[in-house]
Design a protein around this ligand. Structure first.
Ligand code: SAM
Ligand code: SF4
Length: 331
C-alpha cells in the first residue's frame, strides 16, 4: 500500500536523523553548548531499530532515504548502518547530509556500503569566517572531505550554503565559482526560523530574489529553470545557460513548496515528524520497544500520514516552531 496523505501527496522520501549531536555549532542551527550536554544515549534508536522502521517505510513505497542529523558522521558505525539498509528492495537512493569534517576518513567505506551521494554544508570558503560561523569548524578538513567524497564516487554531490546577510553573503560569487570548479551544484539556503538558533538569525535572512540576481550578475547568463525537479528537496533548480552548471535555492521562507511535499522525517529518538514547520508527529519508538509486529508497524505508519499538515507557516507564525531543533528534524 503506498503512503498517501490527506492532500493526495505520495510520500516517497524519508529523512532520518541518526543523532542530534554535532561537532560544529552553526549559529542558525545549534546552541553554543550543543543540544544534550549530559547525554541520553539509550533514547536514540539503535541501528537495528532504525533499519526496522526504514524497512517498513520502503515496503510502503519509500524510494529515497537521507541520513542526516545533527552530524551523522559523529555517530560511530554509519557505514555499517548503510550496509544494513542498502539491500532493501525498492530503496533506490541513499543520500547523506554532512558537514564533511569526518568524511575523508569514511568516504570509501560509505560508498562500498551502498551510499549513493552526499550533500555537504559549506557556508564560507574563508577559513577564519568558516570557523566563526561553525564555532570551531576546520575548513581544511571539510575540503579534504569534499575531495574524498568526489573521489569515492559519492556523486552527484551538492554544496549547501546558508546565506547570511552581513556574514557570508559577500561569498555568493566565490561559492558559484567553487561549485563550477568542482562540477558540483551549489544550493543557496535561506535561513529558516526553526529552533531558538534559527529564529535568532532571522535578522540575517537573505531572500531568494536577491540571491538569484547576484548569480545572474556574476555569470552574465540567464538561469533556466530545470524542468525535472529532483526528489532531493524543496530547491528551485536552475541551469546556467549554455553550461552544464546548476545552482539551486532553498527558499522555504520566500516560497513554500508544500503542495509537492513528498517527505517525512524520523528523529534520532524515534519520533516521526510529519512537517518541518509544524508539530504534528507520531512516536514510533515506544511501540517498537513494546514489541509491535511488522504488520502493525506498517499500519501505524499508514495511519500517521493522516496527520501530515497541508503546509507550514514560516512567514505567518514564527513562534510556533521556535522551540523545535533543526538537529532533531535533520534539516
Ligand atoms: N550536519 C549536517 C549538515 O550540516 O549538513 C546535516 C544536518 S543539518 C541540520 C542539515 C541542513 O540544515 C544543513 O544544510 C544546514 O545548513 C541546514 N540548516 C540548519 N539550520 C538551519 C536554519 N535555521 N535555516 C536554514 N537551514 C538550516
Ligand atoms: Fe552541525 Fe549541521 Fe547544524 Fe552545522 S548545520 S551545527 S554542521 S548539524
Amino acid at each position: 500500500m503506498p503512503l498517501i496523505d490527506p492532500f493526495d501527496r505520495h510520500i516517497e522520501y524519508l529523512r532520518v536523523s541518526v543523532t542530534d549531536r554535532c561537532n560544529y555549532r552553526c549559529g542558525y542551527c545549534m546552541p553554543e553548548q550543543g543540544v544534550h550536554p549530559e547525554g541520553h544515549h539509550s533514547e536514540y534508536l539503535t541501528f537495528d531499530e532504525l533499519t526496522r522502521i526504514i524497512t517498513a517505510f520502503v515496503t510502503l513505497g519509500v524510494k529515497k532515504v537521507r541520513i542526516t542529523g545533527g552530524e551523522p558522521l559523529v555517530r560511530k558505525g554509519i557505514p555499517g548502518f548503510v550496509s544494513q539498509i542498502s539491500p532493501l528492495k525498492g530503496l533506490k537512493e541513499i543520500a547523506l547530509s554532512t558537514n564533511a569534517h569526518h568524511l575523508e576518513k569514511h568516504a570509501v567505506a560509505l560508498k562500498e556500503a551502498g551510499l549513493h551521494r552526499a550533500n555537504i554544508s559549506i557556508d564560507s570558503l574563508k577559513p577564519k569566517l568558516f570557523k566563526e560561523i561553525t564555532r570551531g569548524g576546520d575548513l581544511e578538513k571539510v575540503l579534504a572531505g569534499v575531495k574524498a567524497g568526489i573521489d569515492a564516487g559519492l556523486n552527484p554531490m551538492k554544496f549547501n550554503m546558508v546565506v547570511m546577510k552581513g556574514t557570508n553573503d559577500v561569498e555568493i560569487e566565490d561559492m558559484i565559482d567553487f561549485g563550477i570548479e568542482h562540477g558540483v551544484e551549489v544550493r543557496f539556503i535561506e535561513t529558516m526560523p526553526i529552533g531558538p538558533a534559527g529564529v535568532s538569525m532571522m535578522d540575517q535572512h537573505y531572500p531568494k530574489k536577491k540571491i538569484l540576481q547576484r548569480v545572474r550578475d556574476h555569470v552574465g547568463k540567464d538561469l533556466i529553470p530545470c524542468t525535472s525537479q529532483s526528489h532531493d528537496g524543496p530547491a528551485n533548480n536552475f541551469e546556467i545557460q549554455d553550461t552544464q552548471a546548476k545552482i539551486g535555492v532553498i527558499s522555504a521562507v520566500s516560497d513554500h513548496f508544500c503542495e509537492s511535499c513528498n517527505r517525512v522525517r524520523l528523529t534520532a529518538t524515534g519520533i516521526l515528524a510529519l512537517c518541518l514547520g509544524q508539530e504534528d508527529s507520531v512516536d514510533l519508538k515506544t511501540p517498537l520497544r513494546e514489541g509491535i509486529s511488522d504488520e502493525d508497524l506498517q499500519a501505524l505508519i499508514v495511519k500517521s500520514m493522516k496527520k501530515k499538515p497541508e503546509r507550514h507557516f514560516f512567514n505567518e507564525n514564527v513562534h510556533n516552531i521556535e522551540f523545535r531543533q533543526m538537529v532533531s528534524l535533520g534539516g
